[in-house]
Ligand binder design. Structure first.
Ligand code: NAP
Length: 259
């Protein structure tokens, strides 16, 4: 039995992965943006060990989430699943004055990774769209580019892989991997998404707990439990270091050395 924390698990793939893990006998802690969504999450998975609450668009709330997680003691795995999608019609700013897709999809997994007691395994949800991401930390806040929601999402999902691979390099005792779940019909994916929804939560759950040697790897990118094509930019250590120092500067929280 493993203990797993899943961000953004009040519905969608986070909840589905949590339900899958709970059915396999693992102990799952959920996460929701506020108390109302926490009740929804609890109703959807009554045996969950706990539901952690916090809006990941705010740096203060990201910290509050990390504190609640650390108060529950060390987890075996964390699945960084929470995200917002590719249809955001305009650039909007968070309470910290940051572009919100970047804040939720990139800064939140960075800060949680830096603050939560490192588990044995880290899993980051990316997307096939990451291959269209802009491999640069020149304008992550979209202050010089004209807003393009699909591009902002693609950039954020490339950064998720960059983050996963940076952690794999810097924390060699932790298994850190990224994956794409397929384009599936969740709230984010929309009703006409073509891929198989039943397969979409499987790989992240497998990477979090499986003893299969294929899952006990680090610095890899998966689709449906198989190694999959990843943008080679994600392996660039200069890009990894730039992203980490940018996130460290925004949050005043450097990534700690491996503990
Ligand atoms: N669905 C797809 O086709 C697809 C394809 C590729 C990758 N992905 C990735 O898979 C992951 C899960 O996507 P999904 O399809 O399950 O999306 P979803 O159904 O929209 O669920 C997203 C989850 O994240 C939570 N969340 C969003 N913003 C938050 C915030 N500011 N604070 C706290 N929680 C927040 C949502 O909470 P609320 O419900 O309260 O908003 C929800 O629980 C994402 O990282 C996404 O990029 C999805």
């Amino acid at each position: 039995m493993a203990r797993i924390f899943v961000t953004g698990s009040s519905e969608g793939l986070g909840l589905m992965a949590a339900q899958l893990l709970a059915r396999e006998g693992h102990q799952v802690t959920l996460h929701a943006r506020n108390d109302a969504r926490s009740s929804d999450a609890r109703r959807s998975l009554p045996p969950a060990e706990a539901v952690v609450v916090g809006d990941l668009s705010s740096i203060a709330e990201m910290r509050r989430v990390a504190e609640q997680v650390n108060a529950l003691d060390r987890f075996n795995a964390v699945i960084h699943n929470a995200g917002v999608g590719y249809r955001e019609p305009h650039r909007s700013e968070t309470v910290d004055g940051l572009e919100h897709v970047f804040a939720i999809n990139v800064l939140a997994p960075y800060l949680l990774t830096a603050l939560v007691t490192p588990p044995e395994r880290l899993v980051y949800l990316s997307s096939g769209m990451h291959t269209g991401g802009n491999a640069s930390v020149d304008d992550p806040q979209w202050t010089t580019r004209r807003w393009n929601g699909a591009q902002a999402y693609a950039d954020s999902k490339l950064f998720d892989v960059v983050l996963a691979f940076a952690i794999a390099r810097l924390w060699p005792r932790v298994l850190s991997n990224a994956l794409e779940p397929g384009w599936v019909s969740t709230k984010m994916g929309g009703p006409s998404a073509p891929d198989d929804l039943s397969l979409a939560p499987v790989t992240q759950a497998w990477l979090a707990v499986s003893h299969d040697p294929a899952a006990r790897v680090t610095g890899q990118y998966f689709y449906h439990q198989k190694l999959h094509h990843v943008d080679p930019a994600a392996r660039r250590t200069d890009l990894q270091d730039k992203l980490l120092s940018y996130c460290a500067r925004l949050t005043s929280t450097p990534l700690p050395n491996e503990r």
